[in-house]
Design a binder for this molecule. Sequence first.
Ligand SMILES: NC(=O)CC[C@H](N)C(=O)O
Length: 382
Amino acid sequence: MATKPTACLVLADGTVFYGRGFGATGEVVAELVFNTAMTGYQEIMTDPSYASQIVTFTFPHIGNTGITPEDDEAQDPVASGIVVHWDPTTPSNWRSAGELWNWMERRGRIGIGGVDTRRLTRAIRQQGAPHVVLAHDPEGDFDLEAMIAKARAWKGLVGLDLAKDVTCAQSYHWNEGSWEWGEGFGTSPEDKPFKVVALDYGAKRNILRSLVTHGADVTVLPATATAEEVLAHEPEGVFLSNGPGDPAATGSYAVPMIQELLNRDMPIFGICLGHQMLALALGAQTVKMGHGHHGANHPVRDNETGKVEITSMNHGFAVDSQTLPKNVIETHVSLFDGSNCGVRVANKPVFSVQYHPEAAPGPQDSMYLFRRFIDSMRSRRT
Ligand SMILES: NC(=O)CC[C@H](N)C(=O)O
């Protein structure tokens, strides 16, 4: 690199990647994961499940479609930083309302460009998601020894409850549906939409929108809501959201709450962290994966139909299918590594998936799961 590097990424094993900084200045410690999606960087960065993680994109052109408020999955970017191959260029897109680097600077998120992201991704595949420090300093002053020590001292995501950090402070009502070309955001198609309580462990907006578009009226409650608080809303179904951190840590308050709901025979649908916590509540265990699954092209088999769905994924923990109790059926598996991707409870309207049927970004093959949840509530009305 001819000019002095203004950003630097240090792995706990001592590997150093130099590059050009953009966005906010400063330093951050986090887990580093690679994401293979070719589009949707804004949705990825604002997915609350990425708290305490830095994302390196395998797709080389990040930032060239700009930023639009319509694509925020949460109020602010949640990923701690990003690593890209090419520096973001001036956006060219009719929907763009701003540049990625300004948006990141205003929101305190660090980026590094000019990195050999193929080499970095190979390192992550070999060693698992590493602990790293990412620094951006326009003067290019980096204390590498201190950065390596900081990356080594960081305890990582295992045992970390982050849902409490990203959940809403107060309950709220959500009635915005999915975005349609030429129409904008929609509404529920039902005259009498199904009353759903959504537990917010770090919920992506497109999940709430997908629930509304399929016929729900959604009340969002904070992560620590009790079963009594949930039931006080008289829901016809309960949704358990995605979210960051270790499900076993977050489950300390969510699992007893879910167990109480299971005793009520209530329709329940969970996505990602919600799936993991439902599995914990049913008596299964979760494990930390190596580099996890982060992308928009992950094949998953529906064991009950034999059909393959191409899915959007973002998880670093997984349900250990060997620990599923007898009454819990493994409904979906990853065709990349055979890991568990879905469960349902025999003879109950209770199911969950490890992947993201709401896409944002990604394919929409799995939208049928929202219909299934709505139908499980519909059949109880009649
Ligand atoms: N997207 C999510 O909900 C992620 C769940 C959990 N934090 C994991 O990494 O496995």
